[in-house]
Design a protein. Structure first.
Length: 248
């Protein structure tokens, strides 16, 4: 009998220890979950899923507001606020794709105290609209980051579950508040005209240059000199001179 009593006491002690271990593992604020209680974790959940593409995105935080709209015909995204113009197609399309089917890293189904996640007074809201025959709208409340910084606590404004969404989805939206995703201007290449070199040829000309200078004054008549003769008829130059050969 003594042996059975000892066994019963040991079994009772083990049961008490098992109960204490269970209570410690499920104590509010401890365990694998974060916050009050132990939230049920389901990594395969989506915050929402839409069959139609997102065509409207608004990011709001305090006095900052960024609005983007997608033209259904041209599928071009445009900035509406705080400035107007074409949006950066790459970054906006990437975010719109992520927001169409917003996947969560984890879902906390039993989180009741929203202040733990700064979701009672969220610093940022994201409003999206998905097109189609029956357009749908969603308002995403964005709270604080997780302890490891890998994600943000978020929830839909009209739904209870709190989700953790990757910061690769939330951070670009936050950055738009300071730097709106405006399209960068496209560089325009001006046509270049190539002018072929022009051949040059030297031309050498030869000729005579005649210069006529005016002479002032009255020209003089040619000077005349008297004709003198030492022979006969010297007194009269017109008288023939006798030849010595004839004696005439």
């Amino acid at each position: 009998m003594e042996r059975y009593r000892t066994t019963i006491i040991l079994v009772a002690v083990l049961l008490v220890l098992a109960g204490v271990a269970y209570l410690l593992n499920n104590k509010p604020g401890t365990g694998s979950g974060e916050g009050v209680g132990t939230p049920t974790v389901d990594a395969s959940k989506y915050v929402w899923q839409e069959s139609s593409a997102v065509d409207s995105i608004d990011v709001i935080s305090g006095t900052k507001h960024v609005s983007l709209r997608k033209d259904i015909t041209s599928t071009i995204w445009s900035l509406i606020a705080p400035i107007q113009g074409d949006a950066d197609a790459y970054s906006v399309d990437s975010e719109a794709t992520a927001l169409q089917n917003l996947q969560a890293l984890t879902v906390l189904t039993s989180a009741t105290d929203l202040s733990q996640y700064s979701l009672d007074k969220p610093a940022m809201q994201v409003l999206i609209r998905a097109g189609g025959d029956k357009p749908t709208k969603h308002t995403l409340l964005v709270g604080t980051t997780t302890i490891d910084g890998a994600g943000y606590y978020v929830k839909e404004s009209d739904k209870a579950p709190v989700y953790v969404v990757s910061n690769t989805t939330i951070e670009p939206l936050r950055s738009w508040l300071d730097t709106p995703p405006k399209a960068q201007p496209t560089a325009t290449l001006l046509p270049i005209t190539i002018v072929p070199p022009t051949a040059t040829k030297s031309i050498t000309a030869t000729g005579t240059l005649t210069v006529t200078l005016p002479i002032s004054g009255t020209p003089k008549s040619p000077a005349t000199s008297p004709i003198t003769s030492t022979g006969p008829g010297a007194a009269n130059p017109t008288t023939p001179i006798a030849s010595p050969a004839t004696g005439q």
